[in-house]
Design a binder for this molecule. Structure first.
Ligand code: GAL
Length: 841
């Protein structure tokens, strides 16, 4: 049965269940005040019930929300007059959003963002767009929504200032109705990312996320105005779906309306429809909650991420005047101080990675397929959770996590009042933190993937008493909006008495960064405290690069000594044997996390390499070495370590490559699972069988190099499970192109990622090939970016050429809007060229 709360000052009247679906509401005259159960109820019903045939037909869509990405003009530089309608922008560059101007620029050590910020240009940029106001705009509410602008955006409509928003990772909107006019309108946006350094990683610059234009009637559901809270019964057989709805009335007169909520399953089948609620609206917002119940719900999980659809409709005078669809998932989860994490009553470890927002060669400019590919690569590795380090992500990223089955730790800030870089968000925190934090929760609250709100990463205030009050304030802000999810912060201070964020006694879970050796005694030092490894590892590696694994290197070795140990070619070994001193190798942390039930899980720093923070190297290094996967999306060897531990799929991975000087003693490693033993052969001769002992996570043989074939066979009960071979490669002879998708959408956005391999004449990858590859593209696509995953390459990402690094490079092809074919041809001096055909539909 439906439940109903009356919140705040409005009168909500639940119409009798006899209002059958063949009838609708027609409120034709101002209604008298009504009370449930009075005789007036029946009079009202008579007046409201009109047969379906008398319904007014809707003459405009109840709500339109259109992409507002096209036909912008852009100018790099400051142009204060560009806010004016009369400004002449004919010479400006035309482009489609999302757009990141930094990624288009040249790497330069002198760029003010510094190598830590990616070594690319920042500055000020202006965007302008002319548009025609939505139909009937005078009787409607028109809103522009920005998913994210980095940063300090200011917006003008027809010369009138409409607002500013400093934080570059937050979504925001402005109502435009007041300044809209018939005919041409001009919106101007100034983006100011000139005060540098402002970030410890690459931020990107510009309107780098999607923009939307929404038009609603004057009585409508508010922006982020639907909040779904499904409450699952203990036995999982029932769910009470509590729906909060905020409705505005901007007509300047009292209004009556009705609200209906309907729930559909993922096949589009209606499974529950509420009776209409009668709403009496004055000119302020109505905030109401209603309940619907569902029996035997299908639960959302990481393996079966099923979602339901809620459709909220507002009716007036027999017409649906607003309608909003909200996806939601039904799941329960808990963190336990002794038993760790469980989802839907089943205990599981959080196998997480931290991700920054950039998409490598595409920069910060949001592309849904680019994000989906990253998540596919993570999923195949066994990742079940993402921490959005250290800021709210693009909304599409969360949609993908819901759809693909990832748990999410949604993070608000990397700093509070105390700075990490000179011009970072600490400057805006005092004035904006409440608004930004509230908006993050309001925007993201319906995502089933989100299980944690993080109020900050390694916040400096943990070290002094100012941390107490701020923690309490931020936790209260979150809890006032959402009591269904725990609040966490990623901390580094492990002494409970010295950690003032912990001392605030407001967090639900202790999030510890690094310090894997403290996992064991955590329950002793923090009795009954729930525990999660919010950030771990920080191992360093360059794909396909190997120094001997004789010792573990800490690069840098401490916080004081100048780093001098690195390789001359700015690379780090891919035997899991290099890490920052505060971190560990992948295996070191993985072993500890596995051991203890109280460890809910870990978020490894990081899933992918990201632009900026090229620690420990100096220029020309300009992107990070921490990724399990390189910047181009090619897995490093540790990828297979996680795959062997975090998935049930059979894994057998051999490293390194097999091109060495004769006689050199090479350490051959194997990651494997689902087998009792692995036998290694060199040129057909067995080098012995081995199996992991104790807490081993890999096998190792010392093998004197000789040219030929290295082969490993994993066996279980004597039965062959997998075979892996690596051959000594000859000289580069030809190119191979492999598209991740050969058919893509002709929507102007979709991507095909083309892996370019440099092979010898027999088809073996040449493991140190560095050939320059030139690309020619024909047909309905263009090259959106190129890369090779090397952290110190200063070649541009927007180009039609790329040098291979350790045998590989990447071309990212983007579809135009016309269906057809795309042909990419790759050529290189002295190599047989290759082409690939992509169809766009
Ligand atoms: C952490 C920090 C991350 C990143 C990482 C590199 O302390 O939270 O943002 O800087 O170190 O190891």
């Amino acid at each position: 049965m439906l439940g109903l709360n009356i919140k705040y000052k409005f009168f909500i009247f639940l119409l009798s269940a006899t209002l059958a679906s063949s009838y609708c509401l027609a409120i034709i005259a101002p209604l008298p005040s009504l009370r449930v159960g009075t005789t007036k109820q029946s009079i009202l019903q008579e007046r409201l019930l009109l047969p379906l045939k008398d319904r007014d037909r809707n003459d405009e869509p109840p709500r339109s929300r259109i992409s507002f990405n096209k036909d912008w003009k852009f100018f790099l530089g400051d142009e204060p007059n560009a806010k004016s309608t009369t400004y002449n922008d004919t010479k400006w560059r035309k482009l489609t959003l999302p757009h990141d101007w930094s990624i288009e620029g040249k790497f330069d050590e002198k760029n003010p963002a510094k190598p830590e910020g990616g070594g690319l240009p920042t500055g000020i940029g202006w965007y302008r767009k002319d548009f025609i106001a939505p139909a009937n705009f005078k009787n409607r509410i028109t809103t522009i929504e920005f998913d994210g602008v980095y940063k300090n955006s200011e917006v003008w409509l027809n010369g009138h200032f409409v607002g500013k928003r400093p934080y570059g990772y937050i979504s925001f909107s402005y109502e435009l109705s007041k300044y809209l006019k018939a005919g041409k309108n001009t919106i101007a946006v100034k983006v100011d990312n000139s005060a540098q350094p402002d970030s410890r990683w690459y931020s990107g610059s510009g309107i780098y996320r999607n923009v939307w234009l929404t038009s609603t009637s004057k009585v409508a559901i508010a922006h982020w105005g639907v909040k779904v809270n499904p409450q699952l019964s203990k036995d999982g057989s029932k769910v009470l779906v509590n729906v909060g709805t905020i409705i505005y009335n901007k007509t300047k007169q009292n209004q009556t309306a009705a609200l209906i909520n309907s729930i559909y399953d993922e096949n589009g089948k209606l499974i529950k429809k509420s009776n209409p609620y009668f709403l009496k609206l004055d000119t302020t917002n109505l905030d109401m909650t209603t309940d619907l119940s569902i029996k035997n719900p299908i639960l959302w999980s990481v393996d079966n991420p099923k979602q339901y659809k809620l459709v909220t409709e507002i009716l007036q005078n027999g017409k649906v005047i607003d309608s909003k669809t909200t996806l939601f998932g039904i799941r329960s989860f808990s963190f336990d101080a002794k038993k760790g994490f469980s989802l839907n009553g089943k205990s599981m470890k959080i196998q997480g990675v931290c991700l920054h927002h950039d998409l490598g060669a595409l920069g910060a400019a949001v592309n849904t397929r680019g994000m989906e590919r990253q998540l596919e690569i993570m999923k195949a590795m066994g990742v079940n959770a993402i921490r959005t380090a250290h800021n709210p992500p693009a909304p599409e990223f969360l949609d993908l996590c819901d759809k693909m089955g990832f748990l999410v730790m949604d993070e608000a800030f990397d700093m509070w009042v105390k700075k990490k870089t000179k011009n970072d968000y600490h400057l805006d925190f005092p004035a904006w933190h409440r608004r930004d934090l509230e908006d993050m929760v309001k925007r993201d609250i319906n995502h089933p993937s989100i299980i944690l709100w993080s109020i900050g990463n390694e916040i400096r205030e943990q070290f002094d008493s100012t941390g107490i009050a701020i923690t309490k304030e931020l936790v209260t802000i979150v809890k006032n909006l959402d009591r269904t999810r725990p609040v966490i912060s990623a901390l580094t201070e492990t002494d409970p008495k010295k950690n003032f964020i912990y001392q605030a006694d407001a967090l639900d879970i202790y999030g510890l960064n690094y310090n894997h050796k403290k996992y064991k005694d955590f329950p002793i030092n923090y009795p009954n405290v729930k525990f999660l490894g919010t950030e771990t590892t920080s191992a360093l590696a360059t794909r396909g690069y190997y120094d001997t694994a004789d010792s573990i290197r800490r690069w840098p070795k401490d916080g004081k000594t100048k780093f001098t140990e690195g390789n001359k070619d700015w690379a780090a070994s891919s035997y899991d044997n290099v890490s920052a001193y505060w971190g560990s190798t992948h295996e070191e942390t993985l072993k500890e996390a596995k051991k203890y039930e109280h460890v809910s899980g870990i978020f490894v720093w990081t899933g992918f390499d990201y632009l900026g923070e090229p620690l420990p190297y100096a220029w020309p290094a300009r992107s990070s070495y921490f990724g399990i996967v390189d910047l181009a999306g090619f897995p490093k060897d540790s990828y297979y370590l996680y795959q062997s531990e975090w998935t049930n799929r059979p894994v057998l991975h051999l490293l390194p490559h097999w091109n060495w000087n004769t006689g050199k003693s090479v350490e051959v490693w194997a990651y494997y699972n689902n087998a009792d033993e692995v036998e290694l052969y060199l040129n057909g001769k067995s080098l012995g069988k081995k199996s992991k002992q104790g807490d081993d996570l890999h096998l190792m043989w010392n093998v004197p190099f000789e040219t030929g074939t290295l082969k490993a066979i994993s066996r279980k009960g004597g039965k062959e499970i997998l075979v892996k071979e690596i051959k000594t490669a000859g000289a580069p002879a030809k190119i191979e192109l492999i598209a991740d998708r050969k058919v893509i959408k002709a929507d102007g956005r979709d991507l095909s990622f083309i892996t370019v391999k440099v092979l010898d004449k027999d088809g073996n990858l040449v493991p140190n090939a560095a050939n320059l590859v030139n690309f020619k593209i024909e047909g309905e696509g263009f090259i959106a970016g190129v890369d090779n995953g090397f952290q110190a390459s200063l070649e541009p990402f927007k180009a039609n050429y790329r040098k291979a690094y350790n045998g590989l490079c990447l071309a990212i092809i983007q579809a135009k809007e016309k269906a057809g074919t795309i042909k990419l041809t790759a050529t290189s001096n002295g190599l047989t060229s290759s082409s690939v055909l992509i169809t766009t539909k």
